[in-house]
Design a protein around this ligand. Structure first.
Ligand SMILES: Nc1ncnc2c1ncn2[C@@H]1O[C@H](COP(=O)(O)OP(=O)(O)OP(=O)(O)O)[C@@H](O)[C@H]1O
Length: 218
C-alpha cells in the first residue's frame, strides 16, 4: 500500500550449524503503515529476532524482500543497507546500540545525520535522562541504558522504529514513559514495529502479529 512505511514479502531465512539446518523464517509477509504500531509476539525460537534483523537490514533474508517506503532494503551490499538504515530506520536491540567509549551525548551526535535534528538534551529529557548526557554507557543502569538506546534510535526522526523488547528491564513508571514515547512516534505519522513478550507493550499496539515456527500464525 502507498502508506506503508515498512513491508516485507515472503521472507525466508535458513541457518546451518554443522548438520543441523533451521528454517527460522518460512514465508513471512507483513506491512506497517504510517501512524501504526505493530507488535510481533510468539514463543521463544519462533523467529522474532531473525525477522527484526532482516527488517532492519542487519541480516539478509535467503528469500523474499524488505521494502522501506519506496526503497528496497534487502539484497543490497551492506554499506548501502547501512546508508538506507541511517536515513530511514531507528533500531533498538537487546544487545544495545551505544558505543561503549563515547558519552551518551556523543553517541547521540554520532548518529544525527538527518535534517530534523533534535538537541541531545531534549532527546534525553524525553526519555527521563536529563543531565545524563556526559555519562558513559557503563555508568548507566540497565533501564537507563535501554532508554538511552531509544533516544539514539529516534534521534534522526526515522520513518520507522524497530525495537526488540524495548521495555525489557524497566520498572512500571519508566516503562510507561517509553511506551508513551513510542506511541507518540506513531501519532506523528511514523511506523513502529516491536518484538515483545510483554502484555503491557502489546496493549499499545494497533495490531499484534503472532509468529509460530517461522510463520505468521492464522
Ligand atoms: N545465527 C544463527 N545460527 C543458527 N541458528 C540460528 C541463528 N539465529 C537464530 N537461529 C535459530 O533460528 C530460530 C529462530 O530464532 P530467533 O532468535 O529468531 O527466535 P526468537 O523468536 O527471537 O526467540 P526468543 O524469543 O527466545 O528471543 C531458532 O531455532 C534459533 O536457534
Amino acid at each position: 500500500m502507498a502508506d506503508d512505511v515498512l513491508s516485507c514479502h515472503d521472507l525466508y531465512r535458513f541457518f546451518r550449524a554443522g548438520d543441523e539446518e533451521t528454517l527460522a523464517l518460512r514465508g513471512v509477509s507483513l506491512s506497517v503503515a504510517r501512524g501504526e504500531v505493530v507488535a510481533v509476539v510468539g514463543p521463544s525460537g519462533s523467529g522474532k529476532s531473525t525477522l527484526l534483523y532482516c527488517l532492519a537490514g542487519l541480516d539478509e533474508p535467503d528469500g523474499g524482500a524488505v521494502t522501506l517506503g519506496n526503497e528496497r532494503l534487502s539484497h543490497r551490499p551492506e554499506l548501502e543497507r547501512a546508508r538506507i538504515r541511517s536515513r530511514r530506520l531507528g533500531v533498538v536491540l537487546q544487545s544495545g546500540n551505544l558505543l561503549a567509549h563515547l558519552t551518551i551525548d556523543a553517541n547521540l551526535r554520532l548518529v544525527q545525520t538527518g535534517r530534523e535534528r533534535q538537541l541531545p538534551d531534549q532527546l534525553l529529557e524525553q526519555v527521563g535522562l536529563a543531565n545524563r548526557g556526559s555519562a558513559l554507557p557503563r555508568e548507566l543502569s540497565g533501564g537507563e541504558l535501554a532508554r538511552a538506546g531509544l533516544a539514539v534510535a529516534v534521534s534522526n526522526d526515522p520513518d520507522v522504529l524497530l525495537a526488540d523488547e524495548p521495555t525489557g528491564e524497566l520498572d512500571g513508571q519508566t516503562e510507561q514513559l517509553v511506551l508513551d514515547l513510542i506511541r507518540a512516534r506513531a501519532r506523528d505519522g511514523r511506523g513502529v514495529l516491536l518484538v515483545t513478550h510483554s502484555p503491557a507493550v502489546t496493549r499499545i499496539a494497533d495490531r499484534v502479529i503472532t509468529l509460530s515456527d517461522g510463520r505468521i500464525a492464522a
